[in-house]
Design a protein around this ligand. Structure first.
Ligand SMILES: [Ca+2]
Ligand SMILES: [Ca+2]
Length: 555
């Protein structure tokens, strides 16, 4: 049980690390000096602007309607097939999107090697088939978009693969690439995938025109749907074989301004030369352009280097919403645009939120911009139920309630600590090793009358990280939730030496309306951690009319 908890966490943690590195890897990290958070402002939901003036050359007419796409990604085997991923996919469909770009990643060791392989992390074919089936059942079309990344080469990125190859190395690499991409083309054909992307951001290989024409011809031998290739922004004008695919694909991470807080007008102005260039490209090839990726973090300065992670930068929900709006206003009605696939949506149904600085728009103002342009109503703005403290199950106030037992692991626990306390005479003081946990058990507790698990938590240092989870009526460990999500901490991050109220919806823990046997607060900071808890309880809701939340509903 303890080992399982640890393995589950390591899997999730590795996934987060891997995902975080991907967009980083194309350039070295950028120091981000500016500070000064913006206050939250609701997103501007202007009416769609008329298309900007186009060049005299008749543009290629893209299909109508546009592909309203979102990239759907995980870098961990098994994740796509989890029930949580189905919830995340339902949330994606709820935005009005009608396409997903399904990501699967294989690897080569470094930019100088020629052997491409799946790792234990690569989503399995069964995972992909699960998503394809689910997506189709939800009315979503699927573009399969295999990616190639570097397993052991953190100073380079995929766009540099092949720099320095000899002729024989080129032949070896393309032979391996052909096997890799044909495998997924076969899968796409067998499972009615609606569109296929033959490559992504392999910039240094794009000059090998004959090799690429061979790759594409062999894909067409087995797959009859539309094809594209995803060129990194800036290299789309150098590709000499766009005639071989059906859409010019661009991963449109164009730098916009050099300001951290540009106005929407400034963002729109920054798009104008990009729009002109893309219109010319489409006209030159008489072929529509698909934004195979476009995306921005909810992070201050995201418009400056949209491909970059700007490590250490602060959350900026408005800048993400503004960059979404500027992109839609600038390109969405251009006749040459075939559609766009926003980067990115994850398999976590509780991703994003107002304190997250990542790329997902979920539960952020950018989601409302996306929904507006994709034709869906805004996020539900329903009243939240309030806690009803007349309806609680006290687990700890100044001592453990009757029936509860200490089942903590790798942790020394004092249930009668008198310094610090949040209230009363005592609190729980915990000294946990890495992956150690405060864990409290009780014969099956019926959670039906309650909506939240609530407690007060006081970390002793700022580096501490925690996850909360329960064991169900069968003793099975359920979904972990991290406490660095401010939706659980009243909008505030946990701070050292400060008591913070944690209020976790039982539904997020897969703990609502059932019997639970145990609840655990695990130290996941990889270092020993001292922390205190007080007033641990289950709390009911004042307005039962709002129970239960629907699938795909908001927390
Ligand atoms: Ca900003
Ligand atoms: Ca107390």
């Amino acid at each position: 049980m303890k080992r399982k908890a640890l393995l589950t966490f390591i899997a999730a943690f590795t996934l987060i690390l891997a995902a975080g590195q991907l967009k980083d890897s194309r350039l070295s990290p950028v120091k981000h000096a500016e500070t000064g958070a913006e206050a939250f402002r609701p997103p501007r939901l202007a009416a769609p602007a008329p298309a900007a003036a186009l060049p005299e050359t008749p543009p290629a007419q893209a299909q109508t309607p546009k592909q309203k796409g979102i990239s759907y990604a995980t870098w961990w085997s098994g994740q796509y097939a989890q029930p949580d991923a189905d919830l995340a996919l339902a949330n994606l469909a709820d935005t009005g999107a009608d396409w997903i770009s399904l990501i699967v990643t294989q690897y080569q060791d470094n930019i100088a090697t020629t052997d491409i392989y799946a790792t234990a992390a690569t989503p399995t074919d069964a995972d992909l088939i699960h998503v394809i089936t689910q997506a189709h059942s939800m009315g979503l079309k699927v573009m399969l978009k295999p990616h190639l990344d570097l397993a052991h080469d953190p100073d380079h990125w995929r766009g540099e693969i092949g720099e320095g190859f000899t002729d024989s190395e080129w032949q070896a690499w393309f032979s391996s690439y052909q096997a890799f991409i044909s495998h997924y083309a076969d899968l796409a054909a067998a499972h009615n995938v609606d569109q296929f992307c033959v490559g992504t951001e392999l910039t240094a290989t794009e000059g090998r025109e004959a090799n690429w024409r061979t790759v594409i011809a062999e894909v067409r031998d087995v797959y009859s749907g539309p094809l594209t290739y995803a060129a990194n922004h800036g290299s789309e004008n150098d590709v000499t074989w766009w005639d071989a695919v059906d859409y010019i694909g661009v991963d449109a991470y164009y730098p916009l301004t050099n300001k951290n807080d540009p106005t929407l007008a400034e963002l729109l102005a920054a798009w104008q030369p990009i729009v002109a260039s893309l219109a010319n490209l489409a006209a030159t090839w008489n072929k529509p352009i698909l934004f195979t990726e476009i995306g921005y973090r909810s992070q201050d300065g995201t418009n400056r280097r949209p491909w970059d992670d700007l490590t250490g930068a602060i959350v900026d929900l408005q800048e993400q919403a503004d960059t979404y709006q500027a992109a839609f206003e600038s390109v969405y009605h251009q006749p040459w645009l075939a559609g766009m696939h926003w980067w990115t949506w994850r398999t976590d149904p509780f991703q994003g939120g107002p304190c997250d600085n990542g790329r997902t728009p979920y539960d952020k103002p950018a989601e409302d911009v996306l929904r507006f342009w994709y034709g869906a109503p805004p996020r539900l703005d329903r009243p939240s139920p309030q806690p009803d403290y007349r309806q609680t199950l006290e687990i700890y106030t100044d001592s453990l309630a009757p029936g509860w037992e200490n089942q903590s692991w790798h942790a020394a626990v004092d249930f009668f600590s008198n310094d610090p306390v949040y209230s009363g005479a005592h609190a729980v003081a915990v000294n946990a090793q890495a992956w150690g946990a405060l864990s409290l058990s009780q014969a099956n507790v019926d959670t039906t009358p309650y909506r939240w698990l609530e407690f007060y938590l006081r970390p002793s240092t700022g580096e501490q990280q925690f996850r909360v989870f329960i064991h169900d009526e069968n003793g099975a460990e359920r979904r972990h939730r991290p406490l660095d999500d401010c939706r659980y901490t009243g909008g505030q991050p946990l701070q050292p030496g400060v008591w913070t109220r944690v209020r976790l919806p039982l539904s997020h823990l897969e703990a609502s309306g059932r019997a639970i046997q145990r609840l655990s607060v695990m130290n996941t900071s990889a270092q020993p951690a001292s922390f205190s808890l007080d007033e641990i309880r289950l709390v009911g809701a004042a307005w039962h009319i709002y129970l239960p939340t629907a699938v795909g509903g908001r927390p």
